[in-house]
Design a binder for this molecule. Structure first.
Ligand SMILES: *Cc1c(COP(=O)(O)O)cnc(C)c1O
Length: 346
């Protein structure tokens, strides 16, 4: 939607618009105080006795700087998975609304739709795992889903989605377009973040779980217009990002040169692994990857899976989604070498 008249409140669940948000103690008072007797915390200082900042202001200031967006365009959640669930809970009415998905893609979109009792419309990706743009637009006009998800680079296929297709869909669809960029740091293509100003119906998801190396802290980011972010903030659990997570993320943002180096190593390793795998007789196809994994079609995926497991190496079997395919995450140089050696010897 390029229209200036787009208002996300017209898409939101009526009860979300009607409800009054919970205001926490730390929301009501935000200045400097010497004595906090407002939140029934244990007063003895152990570094963690206080509730975290519900608006994560220090962390958002750093992220805003890093990503070139303003703080009111950022939502932070307990992983991207929380943002996905909250998007359904803002925009899709249970038992009434629909979402459009483009399989094969990330499984959580479907799980959260099912949990929220949202009808799922599917327009599968084409043979090159690109969206069937015309069919998507036709289905949107006919079935009027409230929201659609695109994942670029896509999981489990690994490829970037054609940016022109994303733009066409954003222009033609009047609902919310969620663009999941969990793997964008590994891709040669650019993030859609600079397009936020042009598309008021765009929500971009990114995460600290992949290139940033912090899957364990559970921190996901959603970027969108201040109006959409305000709706997400209205319904989020007040203290959804804990103090340890906020601290670890702030610390990691100071180590950007290190995570950048790791990212470059992983991208080099991705090519080495591709070359190594290509020489194996039972490898039928390696899908192009702009992410930190390779989706590999084997003649005998179950056998390979078992063989690797017997050596203590776990990969992801995606053969129910993409024919005969195992999804292999790029490991350290030593891990990748070991993996190739085992497959060669087999
Ligand atoms: C890994 C991944 C995420 C990250 O989810 P978190 O909850 O932030 O860990 C999001 N989307 C896709 C497609 C992923 O593969």
């Amino acid at each position: 939607m390029k229209s200036e008249t787009f208002n996300p409140e017209n898409l939101a669940r009526p009860n979300v618009l009607r409800m009054k948000a919970y205001t926490s103690a730390r929301d009501e008072f935000t200045g400097q105080a010497s004595t906090l007797l407002d939140a029934n915390e244990n007063p003895f200082d152990d570094g963690l006795n206080r509730y975290p900042d519900p608006r994560q202001r220090a962390l958002k200031a750093e992220i805003a700087d890093w990503k070139g967006v303003s703080e009111d365009q950022i939502f932070l959640g307990n992983g991207s998975d929380e943002a996905i669930d909250l998007l359904y809970r803002v925009f899709c009415d249970p038992g009434k609304d629909a979402v459009l998905l483009t399989p094969p893609t990330y499984g959580m979109y479907k799980v959260c739709a099912a949990l929220n009792d949202i009808e799922i419309l599917e327009v599968p990706l084409d043979g090159n795992f690109q969206p069937e743009t015309a069919e998507i637009i036709r289905t949107c006009q006919l079935e009027k889903p409230k929201m659609l998800f695109l994942c670029s680079p896509n999981n489990p296929t690994g490829n970037l989605i054609d940016p022109a297709a994303i733009e066409t869909i954003m222009q033609q669809f009047s609902g919310i377009v969620v663009l999941d960029e969990a793997y964008i740091d590994f891709a040669p293509g650019k993030s859609f973040l600079p397009k936020l100003a042009d598309y008021p119906n765009l929500v971009i998801l990114q995460t600290f779980s992949k290139a940033m190396g912090l899957a364990g802290i559970r921190l996901g980011m959603a970027f969108a217009s201040p109006e959409i972010i305000a709706l997400l903030n209205k319904i989020k659990p007040p203290y959804n990002v804990n103090i340890l997570t906020q601290q670890a993320a702030l610390q990691q943002l100071k180590n950007r040169s290190e995570t950048d180096l790791e990212r470059n190593t992983l991208m080099d390793e991705r090519e080495k692994l591709r070359i190594g795998l290509k020489q194996l007789p039972n490898v039928q196809h390696i899908y192009p990857s702009d992410a930190n994994f390779l989706s590999v079609e084997f003649e005998n995926p179950q056998e390979v899976y078992q063989l690797l497991m017997a050596q203590g190496i776990i990969v992801r079997d995606r053969s129910h989604e993409v024919k005969n395919t195992l999804r292999i995450t790029i490991g350290t140089p030593a891990q990748n070498k070991n993996l190739l050696q085992i497959l060669k010897n087999a």
